[in-house]
Design a protein around this ligand. Structure first.
Ligand code: FAD
Length: 466
């Protein structure tokens, strides 16, 4: 059972952090009780630490009194990861938002957890360097949250996800000790790889207080094209054609007809003209000559697959507008239905057509509006169920669709989450993908890090918090 912090413990936190960084007013508790999922639970207290030492002090007090503690970055997660499901304290890392160093000589950056992803990208690009991971939420999400969720994005196809760019971490354990993992080198095989274990651990193993990130040289040139097709099958065939042409795009995104219609309804900048059944966005980067050549080959592959049109962005402004239109798809879908249930499933490249067949089956059998877009290059397709929570019959069909979708994805040798994690929304489906033995080992790891079960209880494994 969890308790509430005693009045002396709250006074001690106020003494360490300063009273203005310890809040319990209702509107703030509501705000910090939700993430992008929109289904929250208010904490008792929201605290704003300014350093790892502050975090450790709060953790020790919560551990001593068995009070749940939930780390929070920017709150853009889609699976309720930052929601304090069991109440207690939200450890809001808002104040820890400094870029401590951009080290050009060693191709790395050292940051506090709540640096906004897009702000870091802009800062390193000014120094001629590049931080590739690009979740569509990059104008709001924080690097610490990206690490805790192992965020991906369009560029993951060529550059990999957040995991590939984390060299080292400073973290506070749920028992209050401050540890350092990894370091400043790309190679490091000393002991267990705790850095990689903490990446994607959804704030259940430790609180990340500093991140050392690997950077790469900024590509000299980038170009993007959009192509549209009569249907998804043709667009997927074009993807195969682009890859067969020897092009490794920096990003390869697919948008289906439901998304295109939603974008148009919201007056969004065009990805494809009216009537298109699907669209692809293909970006290439590298040296200017290679980029021109690869863009030409990608355009030819799209045309060979039967594209209705292929248009390359003429300049950086058009390129930026196209990516903004792609990022705005989430908002367009949100406006298209009272609720959007977004699942970020992923399948091996060759099984993408089977995934779209499975989604068509769900549309047909369960009479649901389902919109698909995503990172088709790496098989990570966002399947959005557009529903009305006030319609119980439709919600029941949506839950049936969710289960059938996850079963189909696992049968296709894919994964039920490529980016958003389990949080509390996908707990019931964990066993579809992981064996009982694997889940038991993960539970033992959780127990080793967090013997009192206070850190972000109610996530990934429901029973840990019971
Ligand atoms: C419009 C939109 C588009 C999105 N597009 C993408 C996308 O393309 N790719 C993608 O991967 N995701 C995407 N997301 C999901 C989300 O932005 C990512 O999961 C992001 O990494 C979350 O970062 P955050 O700072 O908001 O974390 P939060 O939501 O605050 O927290 C997420 C999880 O991380 C934990 N956490 C946060 N900070 C820390 C820390 N310092 N130490 C330990 N644990 C911590 C929390 O406890 C929680 O479990 C999108 C979300 C939205 C709303």
């Amino acid at each position: 059972m969890f308790g509430k912090l005693s009045a002396p413990a709250v006074r001690e936190i106020e003494r360490v952090l300063g009273t203005k960084h310890v809040r319990r007013d209702a509107p703030l508790r509501r705000e910090y009780g939700e993430d992008a999922l929109g289904r929250g639970h208010p904490p008792d207290l929201v605290v704003f630490p300014g350093s790892a030492a502050d975090v450790a002090a709060v953790v020790r007090l919560c551990a001593a009194q068995r009070v749940p503690l939930t780390p929070r970055g920017a709150g853009t997660g889609y699976t309720g990861g930052a929601v304090p499901s069991r109440g207690g304290v939200v450890l809001a890392l808002d104040r820890m938002d400094r870029i401590k160093a951009i080290d050009e000589a060693n191709l790395l950056a050292v940051v506090e957890p709540n640096v906004v992803t897009g702000a870091l990208q802009a800062a390193v690009e000014r120094a001629g360097l590049f931080y590739p991971p690009d979740p569509a939420s990059l104008d709001r999400s924080a690097i610490g949250g990206n690490v805790a969720e192992c965020a991906g994005g369009p560029r993951a196809f060529k550059y990999g996800t957040t995991r590939r760019y984390v060299l080292g971490l400073e973290a506070v354990l749920p028992t209050g000790e401050i540890i350092r993992t990894g370091g400043k080198t790309v190679k490091n095989v000393v002991g267990y790889d705790l850095t990689q274990l903490l990446i994607g651990s959804e704030g259940t193993l430790a609180i990340i207080t500093e991140i050392t990130l690997r950077l790469v040289p900024r590509p000299a040139a980038r170009r993007v094209l959009r192509a549209w097709f009569a249907n998804v099958e043709k667009a997927v065939a074009a993807v195969r054609g682009v890859l067969a042409a020897g092009v490794v795009p920096a990003a390869l995104e697919l948008v289906d007809a439901v998304c295109l219609a939603a974008a148009r309804a919201r007056g969004g900048a065009g990805i494809a003209p009216d009537g298109a059944g699907a669209a692809l966005i293909v970006e290439v980067d590298g040296t200017p000559r290679a980029v021109d050549e690869e863009l030409r080959r990608a355009a030819e592959a799209c045309e060979a697959a039967g594209a209705g049109g292929v248009v390359a962005a003429r300049d950086e402004a058009e390129r930026t507008a196209l990516w903004q239109a792609r990022r705005d798809l989430s908002l367009a879908l949100r406006a298209a239905a009272p609720r959007k249930i977004n699942h970020d499933v992923v399948v091996p490249q060759a099984r993408i057509p089977d995934l779209f067949d499975a989604v068509d089956g769900l549309r047909r059998d369960l009479q649901l509006d389902i919109a698909c877009f995503g990172h088709v290059g790496d098989g990570n397709i966002h399947v959005n169920l557009l529903v009305d929570p006030e319609d119980p019959a439709q919600m029941a069909r949506a839950h049936a669709a969710e289960r059938r979708l996850f079963e189909a994805v696992v049968a296709l040798e894919g994964s039920i989450s490529g980016e958003h994690g389990i949080g509390f929304t996908k707990q019931p489906y964990l066993h579809l993908e992981l064996s009982a033995e694997t889940i038991a080992l993960m539970r033992r790891l959780k127990q080793a890090f967090d013997p009192h079960g206070i850190l972000n209880p109610g996530k990934i494994f429901p029973e840990v918090a019971s």
